[in-house]
Design a protein around this ligand. Structure first.
Ligand code: N01
Length: 532
């Protein structure tokens, strides 16, 4: 039984889409809540990622909150894939509408959280040394928020300007007349390179691994299209939740190999014309049959060859790994950009980068002099933001130590040894393999229901059981290792961070199976969790 009155019933770390909704739901239950946020405003990912060309690659009518029918009816998205500024404006609107601001403390980083078992409380410490206590601690720290600065010799001696897409200056960067190097060709590089190339004197792209990039075909939303979606929102949202990614994409069939080549290519062409991520759902065996997967890989490689005029450059841009092994990218004029006179592609797949010198980037003995260096080198995904906080559970157990060989959670929601700590879209939950906003909402609602259950039953301590956690981790790893995603190096497996254990980070069993399991656990009185 708890012995002390805490400063707050709950502390929430992060005021992105997860933290904002968690605040709303916990406050609705009558809890006192303090949210700590490092940035100066709400929005998380969409606050930080202000790089040129940053826009969501999931159709925003569905990449948005659905918990409030009034909100989803009143808000108008300008484009199919709105830009970062529109997403940040939406986040601020949500904070206004639900009066979230007073409970969020900005420009405050959480550095540590310690569990006191005798008191039944978390003590959360921020970067100004302040400590607050709370019964519950909810980590809404994001899956792609811990920035990865690459380990490249000489980087610190570079004399020009250096930027990471996720720490982009609010006032933008003036590229006019400048020579720019971009290191990294994941989603951030893919979106920013064409926009930078329009403004800069020259862009040199250093590519370690080529990625599959689908055209976005972004466009303004048509009034009749918006009206139709809004009129059918509940049904469309429900349908999306029944799909593997929590994102409604039509599936053409169970296997790419069960249809003729003509039919398959017609389907791929349709999805290329449609744009965006829909191609990944075309056939259900992309993650299980290499031959099926190759049909889509070949289709996209051939598209690259038709778009890119220089055949050598086209071959370098044609990915070698299987389709969907790494995260699919969505771009605007990405491949077309390599036809510009002011863009050069440098393949570093064999050589890597020798070093960065004060003047530029040196590869295979040649230094390319540049004025601006863009490090589009990604994130310490899923676990990074949690491990950067010194989280200590029962008997001072450090989360960093517990996760030394890879993350261990029960359902990606709770961690054995860390009572009353919840992780929103934590490792072992579908998170980054799904549409993030529905996944966030599902976690927030599950946590809020659990807290309500505890309050109603007079309970104040919940902890994942070790056996339940062990079984869940084994299940997550089994499913992850069975998919073709396991055949390449990707941030899904932590491979982009030197020394990070190679373990699948998200749950790859799909949104419907996962939510069913969470619902079963709750309905049966939170099986696998010890409550008292
Ligand atoms: O990061 P990434 P990102 N030397 O890790 C290269 C989401 N997102 O920020 O592939 C040289 O994908 C690295 O090479 P390799 C989305 O989920 C969404 O682009 O490891 N190169 C790779 O090319 C996405 O998947 C949106 O061989 C180095 C690149 O840097 C995730 O965020 C927009 C290197 C990193 O690519 C991450 O995307 C943006 C080194 N030392 C992001 N280290 C939208 O919604 C790394 N690289 C649109």
């Amino acid at each position: 039984m708890a012995q002390r009155t805490p400063d707050y019933d709950a502390v929430v770390v992060g005021a992105g889409f997860a933290g904002m909704y968690m605040l709303y739901r916990l406050r609705e239950l009558g809890l006192s809540v303090r949210v700590f946020e490092t940035g100066t405003s709400v929005g998380g990912t969409w606050y930080w990622n202000r790089y040129p060309g940053a826009r969501v690659d999931t159709e925003t009518m569905f990449y948005s909150y659905q918990f409030s029918e009034a909100l989803q009816q009143e808000w108008d998205w300008p484009e199919r894939y709105p830009a970062q500024a529109d997403l940040a404006a939406y986040a601020r609107h949500v904070a206004d509408r639900f009066e979230l601001w007073p409970d969020i403390q900005f420009e405050t980083r959480v550095d540590a959280a310690r569990w006191d078992d005798a008191a039944g409380l978390w003590t959360v410490e921020t970067d100004d040394g302040t400590q607050v206590t709370a019964r519950f601690c909810v980590m809404a720290t994001g899956c792609l928020s811990a920035v990865n600065y690459p380990e490249i010799d000489g980087l610190e001696d570079y004399a020009g300007e250096t930027y990471h897409p996720a720490h982009w200056p609010a006032d933008g960067v003036d590229f006019a007349g400048k020579r720019v190097a971009v290191i990294g060709t994941g989603s951030s590089g893919v979106q920013s390179i064409p926009v930078i190339a329009e403004a800069a004197a020259h862009v040199t792209v250093f590519q370690r691994t080529a990625n599959y990039v689908m055209p976005a075909h972004n466009r303004p939303m048509a009034a009749d299209e918006v009206a139709e979606i809004k009129a059918n929102y509940p049904a469309l949202r429900a349908k999306a939740k029944q799909s593997f990614s929590g994102n409604y994409f039509p599936v053409a069939g169970p296997s790419a190999l069960a249809v003729s080549e003509e039919e398959r290519n017609r389907e791929y062409e349709k999805r290329w014309a449609m744009g965006g991520l829909a191609i990944m759902a075309t056939y259900a065996d992309f993650q299980t049959s290499e031959a099926a997967n190759e049909t889509a890989s070949d289709f996209i490689r051939n598209k690259i060859r038709t778009i890119v005029k220089d055949p050598d450059v086209a071959e370098l841009l044609a990915p070698k790994q299987l389709f969907l092994c790494k995260r699919l990218c969505v771009g605007t004029d990405y491949y077309e950009t390599y036809n510009r006179d002011n863009v050069t592609l440098v393949d570093i797949s064999e050589t890597g980068i020798d070093r960065v010198t004060p003047e530029g980037v040196c590869v295979a003995g040649h230094t390319e002099p540049v004025d601006v260096l863009v490090l589009a080198t990604g994130f310490d995904a899923v676990t990074g933001a949690l491990k950067r906080i010194d989280i200590r559970g029962v008997d001072g157990l450090a989360l960093r130590e517990k996760w030394a060989d890879g993350p261990r959670t029960y359902l990606g929601l709770g961690i054995a040894g860390f009572p009353n700590l919840f992780t929103i879209t934590g490792p072992g939950s579908p998170s980054v393999l799904t549409n993030m906003i529905p996944s966030i909402e599902q976690h927030v609602e599950w946590i809020a229901d659990c807290v309500r259950h505890m309050r109603d039953a007079g309970l104040d301590r919940i902890e994942a059981e070790r056996d339940a956690e062990t079984d869940w981790v084994a299940h997550v790893n089994d499913i992850g290792d069975q998919t073709l995603r396991a055949t390449c190096q990707s941030w899904y497996f932590g491979s982009n961070i030197p020394g990070k254990p190679r373990v699948i980070l998200p749950y790859a069993g799909g949104f419907p199976a996962y939510t069913e399991k969470c619902d079963e656990v709750a309905a049966a009185g939170y099986t696998g969790f010890a409550l008292r």
